[in-house]
Design a protein around this ligand. Structure first.
Ligand code: 5AD
Ligand code: SF4
Length: 441
């Protein structure tokens, strides 16, 4: 930044984040880093000096949505030619130069592995240049991203510990857009956790595309969790997203032994049919998944399980779909995310014969009806119980706050705003559609 720049008022930065929690973390870190370059974040694109779209490419039409979103920014760019527009995230990685070819008003395209180069890129685009950086450099981008002053943070934070995936599920773009598995060194992660705690964070969710494959300096995810749990001031730990084949014995044991590790596990299975699981290249069966859940439940009987499902994968027949319903009935997930299969160019399944859209739609509806019923049952089973709730933010009504249960439910209750960041004992009074209502005891 030049001296004349620093004399000016802060420039306004609008970041819009799509997709997963890893993008949320990346956006926070990019916001911090651009803060050091003189940008202050704002809530709307109107009047911004820079707009950054942090994109997701996991399902269909992602790129088209980004192009139409960019089209909506055209009048803003026409009104303010100094407005800088950047595209980050997985669409940036997948589309690269094509984005600037189709939308020449875009100044900057940056893939998820190159965010630490953002401050340099800003220098480049200052005088009208364009930059496209979709490299996979060796350096740890997060350590190199400037942090900015110690601003107070919300009580819960994400911390990316691992990126990329080596599993190559036949439907998934992640191994292509985020690259091979890379784990960040434990010492840096412990430092970053301490920094978050100093900023008021009491709950940390460790993130990775395949987080339980974490391995760095001989540390497993279980060891990282156990060491993090020793940090004073940190009350709760979670991690997501995991692959069944990487649920090691030490990680399962941690659920039973580590008090700060919350009883919630997101463990996608995708399908209950062995034929489909094989075609998906999942490298596990429905049975091996169910046996794994038995071991996890033996370690932590109250654990809440959640999963991801894809319906209408190429080759899925009614009997295969039935097997998925059966698996769900056996597990009874506390929460679940289900999607129609959407072909992703460049992935092995994209060129296979597809299930027709109406069958996909009909199966999704049936699956979601069942999953919602289980989710409600699980919520209902909380009623009358007393549990620790982390108060996080103001609620709908004055004098109300929203907190988080150990099982990741939003809990509404009467509480003073000053209690944000505190864990209170609360009794659950009743279950609402997507949340619980409770009272402090
Ligand atoms: N089509 C539909 N759903 C997908 N997912 C990943 N790729 C696809 C795809 N091509 C889902 C999986 C994954 C979640 C993050 O998104 O269920 O676990
Ligand atoms: Fe994608 Fe997850 Fe499979 Fe990796 S394990 S390829 S991220 S669905």
């Amino acid at each position: 930044m030049s001296d004349s720049d620093s004399a000016n008022a802060p420039k306004k930065l609008f970041i819009k984040t799509y997709g997963c929690q890893m993008n949320v973390y990346d956006s926070e870190r990019m916001g911090d880093a651009l803060g050091v370059s003189g940008y202050q974040q704002v809530d709307s694109p109107e009047g911004a000096d820079m707009i950054l779209l942090n994109t997701c490419h996991i399902r269909e039409k992602a790129a088209e949505k980004i192009y139409s979103e960019l089209g909506r920014f055209r009048p803003l760019k026409e009104a303010n030619p100094d407005l800088k527009i950047g595209v980050a995230g997985c669409v940036a990685q997948a589309e690269g130069e094509e984005i600037i070819r189709r939308q020449p008003m875009v100044d900057l395209v940056v893939g998820p592995q190159a965010y630490h180069r953002l401050p340099k890129m800003l220098e480049h685009i200052k005088d009208g240049g364009h930059v496209v950086d979709t490299d996979f450099p060796e350096e740890d981008k997060f350590t190199l991203l400037p942090r900015g002053p110690k601003a107070k943070r919300a009580p819960s934070a994400f911390l990316t510990v691992q990126e990329g995936c080596d599993k190559f599920c036949a439907f998934c773009v992640v191994p292509y857009t985020r690259g091979a598995e890379v784990s960040r060194p434990p010492a840096r992660l412990l430092d970053e956790a301490r920094d978050l705690i100093e900023r008021g964070v009491v709950e940390i969710t460790l993130l990775g595309q395949n987080v339980n494959a974490y391995e760095a300096d001989g540390w497993s995810l279980a060891r990282l969790l156990r060491e993090m749990a020793k940090l004073d001031g940190l009350e709760r730990l979670r991690f997501t997203t995991s692959h069944p084949n990487d649920m090691g014995d030490d990680l399962i044991a941690a659920f039973g032994e580590e008090e700060k590790l919350m009883p919630y596990l997101h463990l996608p299975v995708q399908s209950g049919s062995d034929k489909v699981l094989k075609a998906m290249n999942r490298k596990h069966t429905a049975e091996s998944y169910l046996r794994l859940l038995e071991r996890i439940r033996a370690a932590r009987p109250d654990i809440a399980l959640s999963g991801d499902f894809i319906v209408g994968f190429p080759g899925e027949e009614e009997a295969d779909f039935q097997a998925t319903l059966e698996l769900c009935k056996e597990v009874r997930y506390a929460a679940a995310y289900s999607f129609k299969y959407s072909p992703r160019p460049g992935t092995p399944a994209a060129d296979r014969a597809h299930v027709d859209e109406s069958t996909k739609g009909e199966r999704l509806k049936r699956l979601q009806t069942l999953l919602t019923e289980h989710q409600f049952d699980f919520q209902q089973s909380m009623v009358g119980k007393t549990m620790p709730v982390l108060l996080e933010r103001a609620g709908r009504d004055p004098g109300q706050m929203v907190g988080k249960s150990p099982y990741l439910h939003a809990v509404h209750m009467k509480a003073e705003a000053g209690l944000a960041g505190k864990i209170v004992q609360a009794t659950i009074l009743h279950s609402e559609r997507n949340s619980l209502a409770g009272k402090v005891v």
